[in-house]
Design a protein around this ligand. Sequence first.
Ligand code: BV8
Ligand code: ZN
Length: 260
Amino acid sequence: MEHATRDAAVLLGQARRVVVFTGAGMSAESGVPTFRDALTGLWRRFDAQALATPEAFHDDPALVWGWYEWRRSAVRRARPNAGHRAVAAIEARIPDSVLITQNVDDLHERAGSAAPVHLHGSLFAPRCAACARPAPAPDGVAEEPADGRRVPPPRCGHCAGLVRPGVVWFGEALPQEALAAAVEAASACDLLITVGTSGLVYPAAEIPHLAARRGAAVIQVNPDETPLDRVADVNLRGPAAQALPALVEAAWGGTDLRAG
Ligand code: BV8
Ligand code: ZN
């Protein structure tokens, strides 16, 4: 067994209060592009950070809504991977555990995680841009948009305002209750496992640093180096769908992670 996995398994075996903190790399092996490469194919001529803003939606609501509908249809076609199931196994095994995600997909929920804290919202919770009332996510799965196809957003049933994606854009505040829950969990945990995040976007990226400052052990799962390398006690240099099941297996033996 790899040395680092054994060290991580000792930390997990001893942990009583665990936080799992995930980013887009968690969903990469489910075929959902990470945020860095969220613009594959016909969207590649756009910059994710420019599109994921209130200004972009204001200037061209149909372009931004079309991008999110394309991403939502990709998520609906995707399936949770063994990494998502390993996270759910950790939560099932350690009652005092909290899952915090930057991802806007629903793959953690579909893998059995009961209540992930979504710091950046969800693709499945659109709301009215004017009156903020929740709006139904259209169930028609938009096919791959040709040439960054524009899809005019629906109108609010209450005030006829434009419906927007239920995600947190750059320049927007994170949902108060989610951020407060994440800060509380990171401050109180004795182990934080950070998975598949580049650790560049704040204030979410502060969460692992906060846990480390409060004395928690930190395990990082990422094939590449990130700014979190310096706070990680153990670095599992590999993809989430392999490293997390190996960690769970090393800590607790035969946990069955095959698809449910
Ligand atoms: C705010 C939802 C203020 C939307 C997202 C200068 C300095 C510091 C901060 C700033 C600054 N200028 C601007 C800011 C603020 C800004 C920010 O941090 N910018 C960065 C770019 C510097 N932050 C904000 O604007 C935030 N709001 O500050 O508001 C405010 C306060 C009060 C009142 C009003 C305003 C809001 C940020 C939220 C933006 N929304 N997502 C959408 O999804 O479309 S962010 C989005 O990108 C993700 O959610 C995630 O958080 C972030 C980075 O994505 P990652 O998840 O890390 O994924 P990424 O692609 O980056 O990396 C993937 C990783 O996975 C890689 O490391 C890779 O190696 C690894 N990987 C790949 N394959 C695998 C793998 N790992 C494991 N297994 C694999 N198989
Ligand atoms: Zn409305």
